[in-house]
Design a protein around this ligand. Structure first.
Ligand code: ZN
Length: 422
């Protein structure tokens, strides 16, 4: 099986999209070279990577075409579609006849670390079975190698059925009947997910960028993603492509502890809330956590775009035991989801007088409490049970704020209670 990978053909401003170039390569292999295309992978890479392109995606086409043919087709499409007058775009293609085992570990690292271009360069130079072509600084080769290794490294796969616009209307507002999107999304939920955001009223499947994508339907069933795509009423569509993808799988998260986190990586960390959540300017909510057996503190943020998710975060209290998930940037974990393991349900209050029932007053630091009416005294505060407006279990950001790679709670097999946002 020949694998053709491409990466970094996107442009934020000029409106191209790596998935579209991958789709064109697959079409050319089938239509012009009579080859079979077994599958097309859409591989999301480390979402916290510094140099990421929009969405940070690489593509791998699995085909029975020979390496030479596949390489020519990939080169031609890269020349035709990659936006090279954008300094941020550094497109590449890498083609190989087999998937080398050593790319398994490499792919795992690309998901969690920042890999240098020189490392990808060395791999390509040392393996005579790998062919590569690139423009700009060739950074795209990093993602290409990961897209090739992905098939061996990952075992959880989902689908995205992407529908493309004709060239003329690209850059203009998309003409889509929202009602048909909502109807189809509801009909096939939860086999498809993150199509719409029911709380915030968004059509999440429709991008707002100048790219060629009309809509992208994500889900666990290939058939369901196709059925939903077909039921959406819209402007004329040019073509569509179903990708197998690591979206919605949480492969970017590493289990870790609070003392072992690095910038630009994403983690799942057990911790205890150590400061009261505060809403700051712009509506962003911040709080601090400590490790289970560590006094190291980490700032956690739920930003404004996470909308109603912030209500759960604001209700957290000091002493709540959590598992938090998200990427680290500027010493702050950007919360994608969290699990409440234990709630702190008690509060220390001034004691009440045994005679009259009034709340007693402090007589000064460490001097106990006294009833102002009766003069009765007690030595210390008492622990009182309080109502919490939260339950144990998992909470997540709504679909409108979800990273492509984050696993929606409806996909999560967990013995814990989940509170999915759909
Ligand atoms: Zn009293």
């Amino acid at each position: 099986m020949t694998v053709v990978a491409i990466d970094d053909t996107d442009s934020r401003t000029k409106g191209m999209c790596t998935t579209y170039v991958g789709h064109q390569i697959a079409e050319d292999l089938k239509n012009k070279h009579n080859a079979q295309v077994e599958r097309v992978l859409l591989v999301r890479l480390n979402p916290a990577a510094k140099h990421k392109t929009r969405g940070n995606a690489a593509i791998a086409v699995h085909t029975n075409a020979n390496v030479e043919t596949a390489f020519e087709v990939a080169k031609n499409n890269l020349d035709k579609y990659a936006v090279v007058d954008d300094d941020m775009t550094n497109p590449a293609t890498v083609v190989t006849e087999t998937i080398p085992d050593y790319l398994k570990e490499y792919t795992d690292r690309v998901m969690h670390e920042l890999i240098e271009i020189s490392e990808a360069e060395d791999i390509i130079e040392q393996d005579e079975n790998i062919k590569s072509y690139y423009k700009g600084n060739g950074r795209g080769r990093i993602g290409c190698l990961a897209a090739i290794g992905a098939w061996k490294e990952f075992d959880d796969w989902t689908y995205e059925n992407i529908t493309y616009r004709f060239p003329e209307p690209r850059g203009t507002e998309r003409d889509i009947d929202k009602e048909s999107v909502v109807k189809a999304a509801n009909q096939y939920h939860p086999k498809v997910w993150d199509t719409i955001d029911r709380t915030n009223g968004d059509t999440v499947c429709v991008p707002h960028t100048p790219c060629p994508i009309l809509h992208g339907i994500r889900g666990d069933s290939k058939e369901a993603t196709i059925a939903v795509g077909e039921r959406i009423e819209s402007e004329p569509v040019e073509s569509s492509q179903v990708f197998m993808t690591n979206q919605g799988t949480d492969v970017h998260l590493q289990e870790s502890t609070i003392d072992n986190v690095d910038e630009n990586s994403a983690y799942k960390i057990p911790c205890v809330v150590s400061s009261v959540p505060e809403t700051k300017e712009g509506g962003h909510v911040f709080f601090k956590v400590k490790g289970i057996n560590s006094d190291t503190e980490l700032t956690v943020a739920a930003f404004e775009p996470t909308k109603n998710f912030r209500d759960y975060v604001r209700n957290l209290r000091k002493g709540d035991s959590l598992t938090i998930c998200g990427g680290i940037k500027d010493n702050t974990l950007k919360l994608e989801k969290f699990k409440i393991n234990e709630l702190n349900t008690t509060e220390l209050q001034n004691p009440t007088c045994s005679d009259c029932g009034n709340s007693m007053s402090s007589m000064g630091a460490n001097q106990g409490y006294r009833c102002n009416s009766c003069g009765d005294t007690k030595p210390s505060k008492i622990e009182v049970e309080i109502d919490r407006h939260l339950e144990k279990g998992w909470y997540e950001v709504p679909p409108c704020a979800r990273r492509h790679i984050s696993k929606p709670l409806i996909r999560m097999e967990s013995d814990e209670k989940t509170h999915p946002m759909t």
